[in-house]
Design a protein around this ligand. Sequence first.
Ligand SMILES: [Zn+2]
Length: 400
Amino acid sequence: MKNIKSKILKEIEKSKPAIIKFAQALIRAKSENPYVPGESRNINKPIEKQVAELIFSELKKCALKPKYVSALPNHANVVCPLKNKGKPVLILNGHMDTVASGSEKKWKYPPFSGKILKGKLYGRGAMDMKSSLAAMIFTLKILKKFAPVLKGNLIFTAVVDEEPGACSEIGTKYLLKQGLNADACIVAEPGTEKIRAGMKGYFRFKIIAKGKAISTGSGAWERKEKGENAVTKMAKILLALEKLKFENKKSIITPGTLIKGGTGINIVPDYCEATVDMRLMPGQTKIMVKKQILDCLEKTKQKSVQIQDLMFVPGVSISKNEKIVEILEKNAKLILGKKPKIALSPSSCDAHFFIKKNIPTICGFGPNGDNFHGANEFVYTNSIIDVCKIYTLTAFDFLK
Ligand SMILES: [Zn+2]
């Protein structure tokens, strides 16, 4: 076994230039996804198409059998098994879309250039998570050569539409609905510092406060006979929400992330809306937190106030003793020289879909870099290779 593992590591070393070149190609294939859930979107816009095609043809080249699985014609997920059958099954999952690159002026190098300088590969998606995708694809390509000694099966899934909040109907969730199943899964969100054995979830909602408009110079307003200020009403509500205490201190509420109200500088505002973002720990259900929020609103005694649910993703966790956690930890230590911490991810990703289906899932382990979601996002090229080794050895151990 040791002998095979050292062969695997040698193969990855040999493939180093090809892996980095492929990560570069993925960065150059733009896949910015600016969609905000709840807003209308042009579903025909082929956001991830170019990335999906690159991945598909790269897998095909080495006699693997990728498939497109799509809920919408222009948003195809790529699914590629290592073999036709075998147990146990491990899934490697990564998303193909990225956040927008923002103002190009803030970037040292153009965001889609894939520039490499001093061991750093720059570009939108470099860290989150096109280099993870490259590492996973080469895991599959390299394990293909060792497939006969593996009892189990590996399934690689490159999915669409994760960035708008890990709550899409057309990406990971769709694949699971179509019957995708496994004994464990790794979601490739970046960073090797920690093995994320769970993640925080979130609840986002909108508050609408209504008032009554009247000129701020009118006698009726002066005498408080007419008019009602929807904005100050909202202010009281947001301040009350800010003081809300939750059982777990890591559950954070941020009231007023977006706010809109009023129609004129000299008119009493008759309308105000504000969004609230709340981060949830595993175990906090939507019913539970919503009750707390409604109780809080009630205590403010403000009338004509409504709340509208926008998005909900549950907080989830898995046991530290899961086989996938132990194997990943062991191989991370072997390659990196130190054990990563096991911790909860503070942000959300598609992993909750797998965990809700009882598939023990790592909620993030991938190459290191910096500035993800910001200007000058980059990934360390050496880290891509380290992570490719860790993914490959982990898959090998899990499936042998
Ligand atoms: Zn991501």
